[in-house]
Design a protein around this ligand. Structure first.
Ligand code: CAA
Ligand code: FAD
Length: 380
């Protein structure tokens, strides 16, 4: 067992840290205020290989491992979780799904562009009446021989407004339940496909989230991913990897808030001494650091499981459940350590606190992670 990062992993982490400090930090408050994330920054992340981290270089990816992925996710998330969710969705939910389950033609046509950042992807599972209960898909994809016709509504879709390629989950045969679901690739601009207005959110405000409408959208059979009826398992397997990314995002939000709180507590004086010398503050720092390290172990273990070719359904759910709890609890403490300054935007911790909340909701709420973990324990 080796708890030390390799030289290569340190280089990758430092490259992401440098990018986050130099490119993401300037303007992060303004982007949060204006609810925007410029395409120029997405392009830069693509140039650095952050949009196809684990994709095979033959498809334009960086060919890195899942450990590298979580290191990059943590560093970006310390500064800007709106940037890291773009990275997470593109890598885990879109590129991974296509590479693992797509046809060679789909990989050549879409993956090569998604892995380099020429294209951005979106993953469309959630619906107004099918969030946690994801098998209750109301969106239909009716088989018409050489093509399908998709009708329905998807909501909460990250990258909804900026994506070029959308992976859409839909019900083909209701009688077959979860075995009648398929995943399709829908291109931006396809007739009948409409992107609704951007959601006005509590956190990750730079990330664009939209409702999507599908009105008789024609999709050729070549754009179905995998064999007929495999769409739900495709979504579940893809989400297991996605949960490693979101766990790493939560870890980054927590560690970013901790680093700011530590620094502030060593500078701010009250009652004749730096506030870190008051035990109430020092103990908060001790709790934060300990919990963050524990979360890091779970995140790294899930990534390691994936790299080793082991099953990571349970370890990714555990990592997400725990890291998101740590992120929520300790960003609140980071605000507390900052006193009044924690309540204003200039000090960044209030944004981290707002951003932390989503990590307990998306890619499966904390309650859903407990379902996944407990079912796995009982089955084992
Ligand atoms: N791998 C392979 N197959 C799986 C699987 C997995 N990880 N999980 C379930 N399945 C299979 C089951 O074995 C079952 O197949 P059989 O009938 O052959 O046994 C089938 O799928 C249905 O599974 P369940 O009976 O377990 O289904 P369920 O209705 O009880 O739901 C659930 C299971 C885990 C709760 C699932 O619905 C779920 O994960 N819900 C949360 C949805 C979610 O995470 N959404 C995220 C949207 S994307 C997003 O949020 C992105 C973002 O924010 C950036
Ligand atoms: P519900 O499923 O209605 O849940 C409401 C509450 O009930 C939750 O606390 C939940 O945990 C609880 N609950 C539900 N069922 C159970 C149960 N069986 N046991 C115990 N508790 C239960 N989706 C996508 O497909 N693609 C995206 O890109 C995407 N991006 C998102 C971005 C943002 C900013 C947000 C807010 C959401 C995004 N989502 C996306 C949707 C997200 O995955 C869902 O919001 C999430 O899965 C929860 O579904 P819901 O909102 O319908 O809540």
């Amino acid at each position: 067992m080796d708890f030390k990062l390799s030289e290569e992993h340190i280089m990758i982490r430092d490259a992401a840290r440098d990018f986050a400090q130099t490119e993401l930090l300037p303007g992060v408050i303004e982007r949060d205020n204006k609810q925007e994330f410029p395409q120029s920054l997405v392009k830069k992340m693509g140039e650095l290989g952050f949009l196809g981290i684990m994709v095979d270089p033959k498809y334009g990816g960086s060919g890195m491992d899942a450990i590298s992925y979580v290191l990059i996710m943590e560093e970006l998330s310390k500064i800007d979780a709106s940037a890291s969710v773009i990275v997470s969705v593109n890598n885990s939910l879109v590129c991974y799904g296509l590479e693992a389950y797509g046809s060679e033609e789909q990989k050549q046509k879409y993956l090569t562009k998604l892995a380099t950042g020429e294209f951005v992807g979106a993953f469309c599972l959630s619906e107004p009446e099918a969030g946690s209960d994801a098998t209750s898909q109301a969106t239909t994809a009716i088989d018409h021989g050489d093509h399908y016709i998709i009708n329905g509504t998807k909501n909460w879709i990250t990258n909804g407004g900026r994506a070029d390629v959308y992976i859409v989950i839909a019900q083909t045969d209701r009688d077959k339940g979860s075995h009648g679901i398929n995943a399709f690739i829908v291109e931006k601009g396809t007739e009948g496909f409409h992107v609704g207005p951007k959601e006005d959110k509590l956190g990750i405000r730079g990330s664009d989230t939209h409702t999507l409408q599908f009105n008789d959208v024609k999709v050729s059979k070549e754009n179905r991913i995998g064999v007929n009826g495999s769409g739900f398992r495709f979504a579940m397997k893809t989400l297991s990897g996605g949960r490693i990314g979101i766990a790493a995002q939560a870890l980054g939000i927590a560690s970013g808030a901790y680093e700011l709180a530590l620094k502030y507590s060593k500078q701010r004086k009250a009652f004749g001494t730096e506030i870190c010398n008051h035990q109430a503050i020092a103990f908060k720092l001790a709790d934060m650091y300990t919990d963050i390290e524990a979360a890091r172990m779970l995140v790294m273990k899930a990534a390691w499981d994936k790299d080793q070719g082991l099953n990571y359904d349970k370890s990714s759910a555990m990592a997400k459940l725990y890291a998101s709890k740590v992120a929520m609890e300790h960003t609140v403490e980071a605000v507390q350590i900052h006193g009044g300054n924690g309540f204003v935007k200039d000090y960044h911790v209030e944004r981290l606190m707002r951003d932390a909340k989503i990590t307990q909701i998306y890619e499966g709420t904390s309650e859903i992670q407990k379902i996944v973990i407990s079912r796995s324990l009982i089955k084992e």
